[in-house]
Ligand binder design. Structure first.
Ligand code: GLU
Length: 385
């Protein structure tokens, strides 16, 4: 018996695996501080919890239409319009079972075997695996070189071949926390406006941006880009609804129609109760979302930034999402570093290897201030020893 060739490089998600390992240690009574997965420490706002219970009690327990129930689709379209004035209707959106599937469907809908997909490094750990599951070939390019040119052509543009089918963009970024600057967006606009290439733009952290930084979607730059961009968002991060598994996708009506067909064949529909809860989130939780955003920003400004500034370590300036991504001393193996840190100091972090950036480490600050302070003290102890 053999499994499919496309699974030959498949490994479990490093973030999910390390999170599960840390949670199992906590359950076994070990005093582990778990700053692995990007999972808000907040409960969903009360209006969402009430809607969840009412949905179950009032019989919202049946299949819905495959792409999500109509009332929710309208709210999702409004959500995208509110953020960036996309001028979209319910036909431009669909709801799916979490942000991960929302990333996977556009790849599955567009990639033929052997097609190349450009991924900017550092990347969220699941993108390369998703591309490979679709039979595609990931092609990596360092985000830090976005503005680099050779013979007057951007290095990124030089990577494009007749096999390039898509590029995955992720701003605000996981793991690096950067937000595309106006200059970054101008470069991407210059390269991709006239190309026959899909832009799969994971904007799951669009509502979590700090200081003077602003989230601008690549789709909003011009009509040609808008036509070939698929945007991913969802309920997990901004609304603290990770376990509900609700993702949103925005795109042109044709690609949305195709992905809805895939969904009707593979999933049926997203969880009906979660859909009711997501509708309540979009209608009623705006203030709480802003409160949670402010709380992440406070942790960033009062705990994370001062610590890393003082540490003398190299790190990406966190501008959005809720991660800080820092560099270890030259030659340090980040996987061994994280294993030793967990063993000796009981602090769980994710090695940069999982994000295509060996020698770096990701820390999630979606944790209480007390946990963060204690976690950073342990990191300092480990560095001093
Ligand atoms: N997206 C989060 C993270 O990067 C949650 C875990 C996952 O799905 O990868 O930690």
């Amino acid at each position: 018996m053999q499994i499919a060739d496309r699974l030959k490089n498949l490994k479990p998600s490093a973030t999910m695996e390390l999170d599960a390992q840390a949670k199992a240690m906590v359950a076994a009574g070990e005093a582990v501080i778990n700053l692995t997965a990007g999972e808000p420490d907040f409960s969903p706002p009360e209006s969402i919890l009430l809607a969840t219970c009412q949905a179950a009690l009032t019989g919202k327990t049946k299949y819905t239409q495959a792409k999500g129930q109509a009332s929710l689709l309208q709210k999702v379209a409004d959500f995208f319009n509110l953020q960036l004035d996309y001028g979209s209707s319910a036909k431009n959106v669909m709801v799916t079972s979490g942000g991960k599937v929302a990333c996977f469907w556009p790849l599955f809908a567009t990639i033929n075997p052997g097609d190349e997909v450009i991924i900017l490094t550092p990347y969220w750990t699941s993108y390369p695996a998703m591309v490979e599951l679709c039979g595609g070939v990931p092609v990596f390019f360092d985000y830090k070189k976005l503005s680099a040119k050779d013979s007057n052509q951007y290095l990124l543009e030089k990577l494009i071949t007749d096999k390039t089918k898509a590029i995955i963009l992720n701003s605000p970024n996981n793991p690096a926390g950067y937000v595309f600057s106006p200059q970054d967006l101008a470069i991407l606009e210059e390269i991709f406006t006239d190309k026959n290439i899909w832009l799969i733009s994971d904007e799951i952290y669009a509502n979590l941006v700090y200081g003077s930084n602003r989230h601008v979607s690549i789709a909003s730059l011009n009509d040609q880009l808008k036509e070939k961009t698929v945007i991913i968002n969802g309920a997990s991060k901004a609304f603290a609804m990770t376990g509900y598994r609700i993702g949103f996708i925005w795109g042109n009506q044709w690609i949305i129609g195709k992905m809805a067909q895939i969904q009707s064949q593979v999933i049926g529909c997203p969880c009906s109760i979660s859909q009711v809860a997501a509708e309540a989130a979009l209608k009623k939780a705006k203030l709480e979302v802003e409160e949670m955003r402010k709380s992440y920003e406070h942790r960033l400004n009062t705990i994370i930034r001062p610590f890393f500034k003082q540490s003398g370590k190299k790190y990406f300036q966190p501008e959005g999402a809720f991660y800080v991504f820092f560099k270890l001393a030259e030659g340090t193996d980040c996987t061994i570093f994280c294993q030793d840190l967990l063993k000796k100091e009981k602090l769980a972090l994710v090695p940069g290897q999982a994000f295509g950036y060996p020698g770096w480490v990701r820390l999630s600050y979606a944790a209480s201030e007390q946990q963060l302070s204690e976690g950073l003290q342990r990191l300092k102890n480990f560095w001093i020893k």
